[in-house]
Write a protein that binds this ligand. Structure first.
Ligand SMILES: Nc1nc2c(ncn2[C@@H]2O[C@H](COP(=O)(O)OP(=O)(O)OP(=O)(O)O)[C@@H](O)[C@H]2O)c(=O)[nH]1
Ligand SMILES: [Mg+2]
Length: 465
């Protein structure tokens, strides 16, 4: 095989720093136990100096933690993990003392005296990544697990930490490399290239990559939603009951509700939790064509701008006044393309339009509710949970980040270009697009990543992690 067949493994050339770092691993404040974590080459010396003896690896040692004069600063358990069998892959010492800010700082200062320096945010995880203990997506899952705001988010982060998301990306990468090798082999035999490129084999490999790409992108998008919350925008005609719907979801009178059409002008944002899943719900001014009111016009302009940023639109219909959802038909073209819409027929205490009933498979999805009585809101909440990718406690959602979604979308675009070029039998260009897609996917797990990117990622972690 020619140079086409040599696939780069890694371009990360940052030096692995071996200085010794220390930080409190438990949060600031008072607690029963406080943990100081040390990682690096000086760990054996530091352990000997502070404990007066070398702890047996991975066995708890009850000891006094002593200062330079031999005075005990604290006492507790010491744990020694010689590298590479440690979290960071380096020698690690954990001192589990009492959880007070002053006593922990005394311990840290003693470790500093013995030659360590204070760890930067995320530096322990960064070393774990650099020493191949975790890939980049797994290291990010550590931070996401710590920051998880709901049980579902915590479970998803744990699945990513265990490598579920990374595996998905790895398998996609493997399928892509497979295809690439095949195509580059074809390029090497120009006489047969054309047959090669249109073969059943290539079509099957393409389909495999496409399916994996879509699955990974969807998983990443849902993972991000679970972590960051779903951005839901409520829209519809004036008086449809948008503000009433927001109030019912929020559980209190957040927005002003009156029988006057055009009550809401400003955007009203509420953070609402549904079973611990975060939603950012925005109430907007009613959309209509006939108004001379400058304030209402500005409200509508803002409503339309906000719709562009939505993850999902709840389009509220007054079921009594507009049973055929004409308002939606009129507005459909002005709504952002690609953002899923749910038609919410409100005021079903007054009227239940036939159009809204018995249409389970309808697009957009239809729900019947009454903001006045609360009818239909359990279904609405379940619907919003499903929209966030919440698949029940045992479901397979993983955690992911916006940068993963971005890398996957860009890789998907490169892959689409490759598919189009293949139609035109431009093998060399196909190979180039596939190479790009591979690089982009490699950024997710950290196979291809710049120092800047790494710095940015780990700076978002807490100190001691
Ligand atoms: N019967 C009934 N009335 C409702 C329901 N929801 C809202 N309303 C009434 O409809 C009117 C308009 O409600 P709002 O929530 O202010 O409607 P809106 O869509 O926010 O209106 P704008 O802010 O003007 O765009 C009020 O008089 C509400 O009491 C419902 O489910 N049933
Ligand atoms: Mg309103």
């Amino acid at each position: 095989m020619s140079e086409h067949g040599t696939l780069p493994v890694s371009i990360d050339t940052r030096p692995v720093s071996t200085d010794t770092i220390v930080a409190a691993a438990t949060p600031a404040g008072r607690g029963g136990v406080g943990v100081v974590r040390v990682s690096g080459a000086l760990v054996p010396q530091i352990a000997q100096a502070m404990l007066g003896t070398m702890p047996v690896p991975r066995r708890a040692l009850l000891a006094q933690f002593i200062d330079g004069e031999g005075t005990a600063l604290d006492m507790g358990l010491a744990l020694y993990f010689p590298g590479p069998a440690s979290f960071t892959g380096e020698d690690v010492l954990e001192l589990q003392g009492h959880g007070g800010a002053v006593v922990l700082e005394l311990l840290i200062e003693r470790v500093l005296q013995l030659g360590a320096r204070r760890a930067l945010p995320g530096e322990f995880s960064q070393r774990a990544y650099l020493n191949d203990k975790l890939d980049l997506a797994q290291a990010e899952a550590v931070a996401d697990l710590i920051d998880a705001g709901s049980r579902a988010a915590a479970r998803a982060a744990m699945r990513s930490l265990q490598g579920e998301f990374s595996l998905m990306v790895q398998q996609l990468l493997a399928a892509l490399i497979n295809l690439r090798v095949y195509i580059e082999a074809a390029i090497d035999f120009p006489e047969e290239e054309i047959d090669f490129l249109s073969s059943q084999e290539v079509r099957e490999r393409l389909a495999d990559v496409r399916a994996r790409m879509n699955a990974a992108l969807q998983a990443a998008q849902q993972g991000v939603l679970l972590q960051q919350g779903l951005h839901v925008v409520i829209a519809g005609r004036p008086n449809a009951g948008k503000s009433s719907l927001l109030n019912r979801l929020a559980g209190y009178d957040a927005a002003i509700v009156t029988p006057i059409a055009g009550t809401t002008r400003d955007l009203l944002r509420e953070r609402i939790d549904i079973d611990g899943l975060p939603l950012h719900v925005v109430d907007t001014a009613g959309l209509r064509t006939t108004t001379d009111d400058a304030i209402e016009q500005e409200g509508m302009r803002r409503a339309r701008a906000e719709l562009q940023r939505a993850d999902r639109v709840l389009f509220v219909i007054d079921a009594a006044a507009d049973p055929a959802a004409q308002a939606y038909a009129d507005e459909r073209d002005s709504l952002p393309a690609g953002v899923p819409v749910t038609l919410v027929f409100n005021k079903c205490d007054v009227a239940k339009p036939a159009a809204a009933r018995g249409r389970k498979a309808a697009v957009p999805e239809r729900l019947l509710v009454s903001a006045a009585s609360g009818e239909g809101f359990d279904a609405l909440r379940e619907h919003l949970k499903a929209a966030m990718g919440f698949a029940g406690e045992g479901g397979g959602t993983v955690s992911a980040r916006a940068r993963h979604v971005q890398a996957l979308s860009q890789a998907a675009l490169a892959f689409e270009r490759a598919e189009a070029l293949l139609q035109r039998k431009q093998g060399e260009l196909v190979a180039e697009e596939l190479r790009q897609a591979q690089q982009l996917l490699g950024q997710i797990t950290g196979e291809f990543s710049s120092d800047d990117l790494l710095g940015e990622i780990f700076a978002g972690f807490c100190i001691g992690k």
